[in-house]
Design a protein around this ligand. Structure first.
Ligand code: BTN
Length: 327
């Protein structure tokens, strides 16, 4: 978004809220001409801002736009690490790809990349992730946990758990988690997580944790191939959901869990995750490329791996696609 709009939105939001700002005051404070401020205010209305002016010409924001723009994401966000650096795009190939580029050039932990639309959104196992404009939250965060590679898969579980907590606290929705990291509501997939890691065996350099959250989709917004299985927060609630408010809640939940993870690992969160698991206690089929493992899903261990028991043999599974076996 244009810097001037950002700066104006920030001033209108954060200072002298009671009094409001006149065009002349904005121009003087920002060191630009009044016509430029006027033009920026018109552009803000186009973006979806509601702006009102008092008799004395003082301007106030009456409605915020449903847009993934930095001023709006940051308004009221109470995180300490996440979103200190925030890269917002209108359209991007993949937020994970961009975040990896930034991480490789040294971007700090907590840096976030978010896009209104992804033209090449990536899912697990080489799949695509449907990421149409303005309907969802397509976002990636750079993390630099001091853990061995084996522990990094716990990050996806944390993201899924953060989603479940936010959906419950913000919207009263019950989320089922399907190992490793799908979030389902009423049997439909609403959340997908793709964590990509740069590491040596004993040290993670960085992890990019990308989350796709379907927020405002109606069934017809999904392509035919996804219509039976995908859902959105709005479909689950039956009313429209404030995307930005949900995103802020998710970031704050995720950061809280992540700070706990940095201190104590995944162990303190496992019971919470297990309680929400769709698979545990059930007969499952897990595929890993050409390999298929069948058995009863008995637990998820401290590395985030799924343990499947077949007779007396336990298999520890770090990655794969799991489904419930028809009885
Ligand atoms: C899956 O369930 O297959 C994982 C989907 C992950 C999608 C998100 S959207 C934001 C981030 N950028 C990507 O390209 N993918 C992830």
């Amino acid at each position: 978004m244009e810097t001037l709009i950002n700066e104006i939105a920030l001033l209108l939001r954060t200072r002298r809220v009671a009094l409001g700002w006149t065009t002349a005051e904005l121009a003087e404070t920002l060191g630009v001409s009044r016509p430029r401020v006027q033009k920026a205010l018109d552009d803000m209305r186009e973006l979806g801002y509601g702006l009102s002016a008092t008799g004395a010409g003082a301007i106030r924001i009456t409605r915020a736009p449903d847009r993934m723009i930095d001023t709006e994401i940051l308004a009221g966000l109470k995180t300490r690490i996440f979103a200190k650096n925030l890269h917002c795009y209108n359209r991007l190939g993949s937020t994970n790809t961009r975040a990896i580029e930034l991480a490789e050039s040294g971007a700090a932990e907590g840096t976030i990349v978010v896009a209104e639309e992804q033209t090449g959104g990536r899912g697990r196992l080489g799949r695509n992730w449907h990421s149409p404009p303005r309907l969802g939250i397509w976002s990636s965060v750079i993390l630099r946990p001091q853990v061995p590679l084996q522990r990094a898969s716990g990050l996806s579980l944390l993201a899924a758990l953060a989603f479940a907590h936010s959906a419950e606290s913000e919207l009263g929705l019950k989320v089922d988690l399907k190992w490793p990291n799908d979030g389902l509501i009423d049997g439909r997939k609403v959340l997908g997580v793709l964590t990509e890691v740069s590491a040596e065996t004993d040290q993670v350099y960085f992890a990019v944790c990308g989350t796709g959250i379907n927020v405002s989709h109606l069934p017809t917004d999904f392509p035919q191939s996804l219509r039976q299985t995908a859902g959105s927060l709005a479909m689950a609630c039956g009313y429209s959901v404030d995307r930005l408010a949900f995103y802020r809640a998710f970031l704050s939940q995720f950061e809280t869990l992540y700070r706990g993870f940095r201190r104590d690992g995944i162990a303190p969160f496992l019971d919470d995750y297990r309680k929400r698991s769709l698979l545990l206690g059930h007969e499952v089929i897990v595929t890993q490329g050409h390999l298929t493992i069948q058995g009863r899903a008995i637990t998820i261990d401290e590395n985030g791996a799924l343990i499947v028991r077949d007779g007396r043999k336990n298999t520890v599974i770090f990655a794969g696609e799991a489904t419930l076996r028809e009885q």
